[in-house]
Design a protein around this ligand. Structure first.
Ligand code: ADP
Ligand code: MG
Length: 603
């Protein structure tokens, strides 16, 4: 066994160029190599793929990888090819002749991993071809897709269990997912037919991710300034509805941001084209609904911003986890707005019938609402949710742990707003309330006699938008409640009463400016290496992050390796990549150093 694990480590270094395993990876590999069915639950971005790829290289015979998305299979296989791992995929984009050629390679034994979409298992001649192969391991990626309780149920995943039963020799089964709920776990074990499986749930912490929750912001304004500050970096914005995605994309595009969008209401072709533009770094920003992201392994996503609160911590962590797969610092921001709770409630009401299940969904939603309002360390809250036993110390870099907040006393403004809501008898919405406070002379206001109220025009010094933002903040902080679906009206909560009586102050925390790390200026070596990477990626028709991750480039820019041995020490550089790209990158670095714009400008 030890011997096997040494070989596993050697493969990790040679092919992947990583010095050591991450938490949990070794156990999964060891379990599979011991011949045990294994279910692996690790958060998104933690590194599940290589926990079946390395055993695939060590086991005698073929590993069949079942993966949900045809459009991404090529990328996954490209990654492996780049590292010198013999893999192929078969999907509906290939002609019959190509499929036969690949099957021949597989039969010859020159291929160790065969990637396949589950739909293929339903096609008789494909299935028959597969039955003849010496399959040692079936690795089911995104295994939660087999479960109706999961968030991405795919009926074709139900073909996997019966297919395995048909095989003349029962292979080892590995199931991989980020979803840890009990129902999903049970479904995966039963429906895939795992025998006496080892279930390995590894730490959910992703130390390089920094979490932020911002309540009651003017979302559009925030996004604009945030995205502008990050315009060179890859990022994803998730919004709750297609409409919101469309709107936001148009807004950002009009500001010259290189943005694309993705949601289920678009034609396949447009969606795939946008996905490619994003993967290949031709566009830096993806605005999408939760339809986007599964199977996307783009490693250099530097931020994931949630424009709306998602429905559960599972969904949130999965989506946010798409940031920073390369291990470099990345930001996960959630903009909580008062309307978000209502939107999610409606979605649950519309999509879940079973009352028990509905209750369950509402509980999960409530946890998200609580998460958005807690004062405690956000990282700890997340890990607590996933039942992590050894919670880390306060993290010092989530929005609750950070100390550089600017604290503003807004008690007087809040009192003005509350008193106006009260005088309007708690029967109107935010827009009209803001107009009264601002002292607008509209017909409606005169008709209702609101221009006679003592609160009429008492916030004349503010813009309408500023007043509305302030109201939204007070709603997010639960001083004010919004009731009624179609024409929501504002009502005061007991918290507001205490403020009106002068018993409690209201403060507002603002983050100075979205934290921006200016590690690298644009003239730096990093940018030159990035340009070189882009050029090579275009030649080879693969996404740039497949050539090298951002992290690898940054390490090159910091360490300035000049000899091949030094180059090998860079994270993500294995022997195969050294051979393939070493010369070009070393030359670029040498040129940079010699040109005299030397190391001092690098950081
Ligand atoms: P998951 O499938 O769990 O979401 P992936 O398998 O896509 O995650 O891995 C995420 C990223 O982490 C990839 O870029 C991968 O190369 C990288 N990675 C995996 N294991 C290691 C490791 N031991 N050291 C450094 N990087 C790793
Ligand atoms: Mg994965």
């Amino acid at each position: 066994m030890n011997n096997d694990m040494n070989r596993a480590l050697e493969l990790l270094r040679r092919h992947y160029g990583y010095p050591s395993f991450r938490t949990g990876q070794e156990q999964v590999i060891a379990s599979l190599l011991q011949g045990r069915d294994t279910m692996t639950i690790m958060p998104t971005g933690a590194g599940k793929s290589l926990t079946y790829q390395i055993p695939a290289l060590l086991l005698e015979g073929l590993t069949l990888v079942i993966s949900p998305l045809i459009s991404l299979m090529k990328d996954q296989v490209d990654v492996l090819e780049q590292m010198g791992v013999p893999a192929v995929f078969i999907n509906s984009s290939l002609a019959g002749r190509q499929v036969q050629e690949r099957m021949r390679q597989v039969r010859q034994g020159s291929v160790k991993l065969l990637y396949l979409a589950p739909e293929r298992l339903g096609i008789e001649h494909v299935r028959e071809g597969l039955l003849e192969l010496p399959i040692a391991l079936v690795a089911v990626d995104e295994a939660h897709c087999v479960s109706q309780w999961g968030h991405d149920f795919r009926p074709s995943y139900r073909e996997i269990g019966p297919f395995i039963q048909m095989l003349p020799r029962r292979p080892l089964i590995g199931a991989f997912t980020a979803t840890a709920t009990e129902e999903v776990k049970q479904d995966v074990v039963h429906l895939l037919g795992l025998r006496a499986p080892q279930v390995l749930v590894t730490g959910f912490d992703r130390p390089n991710l920094n979490f932020f929750v911002l309540r009651g912001e003017n979302k559009q304004q925030f996004v604009l300034s945030y995205v502008r500050a990050k315009r060179e970096e890859a990022g994803i914005i998730y919004a709750a509805t297609r409409k919101e995605v469309d709107k936001l994309t148009d807004l950002l595009a009009a500001q010259g941001i290189r943005v694309v969008k993705y949601h289920a209401g678009m034609p396949d072709q447009a969606r795939n084209a946008n996905q490619e533009d994003f993967l290949y770094d031709r566009k830096t920003l993806m605005v999408a609904t939760n339809a986007f992201g599964m199977g996307i392994d783009k490693s250099n996503v530097r931020y994931v911003l949630h424009y709306n609160m998602p429905k559960s911590m599972e969904s949130y962590y999965q989506e946010a986890g798409r940031a920073g797969r390369d291990g470099d610092p990345a930001e996960c921001l959630l903009l909580f707005g008062a309307g978000d709770v209502q939107t999610q409630r409606q979605l649950i009401e519309a999509s879940v019938q079973n009352p028990e299940r509905k209750h369950h969904e509402f509980q999960k939603l409530q946890f998200m609402v609580d998460y958005c309002h807690t004062d405690r360390c956000l990282r700890q809250e997340i890990l607590r949710y996933f039942d992590e036993e050894n919670l880390p110390e306060r993290c010092d870099h989530c929005s609750n742990c950070r100390t550089e907040w600017e604290l503003q006393d807004i008690t007087v403004e809040a009192q003005k707003i509350f008193s106006c809501i009260y005088r309007m008898r708690q029967r109107f919405g935010a827009a009209l309330t803001a107009e009264v406070l601002r002292g607008s002379a509209t017909k409606k206001i005169r008709e209702f006699g609101f221009d006679q109220l003592s609160t009429y025009g008492i916030m004349r010094d503010k813009t309408l938008q500023e007043i509305k933002d302030q109201i939204n903040y007070l709603i997010a902080e639960e001083y004010v409640r919004m009731t009624g679906d179609q024409y929501p009206t504002l009502q005061l909560t007991p918290r507001a009463a205490a403020v009106l009586r002068g018993q409690e102050p209201v403060t507002r925390k603002t983050l100075p400016q979205p934290v921006q790390d200016v590690r690298i200026d644009s003239a730096s070596l990093f940018e030159r290496l990035r340009a070189l990477r882009f050029e090579l990626a275009m030649q080879e028709r693969v996404p740039p992050y497949i050539v090298f991750s951002d992290r690898s480039l940054r390490e090159m820019a910091e360490q300035c390796p000049v000899r091949p041995e030094e180059f090998l020490r860079v994270n993500g550089v294995g022997e195969v990549k050294l051979e393939r790209y070493g010369e070009r990158f070393l030359a670029e670095i040498a040129q940079f150093i010699n040109a005299g714009d030397g190391r001092s400008t690098v950081i």
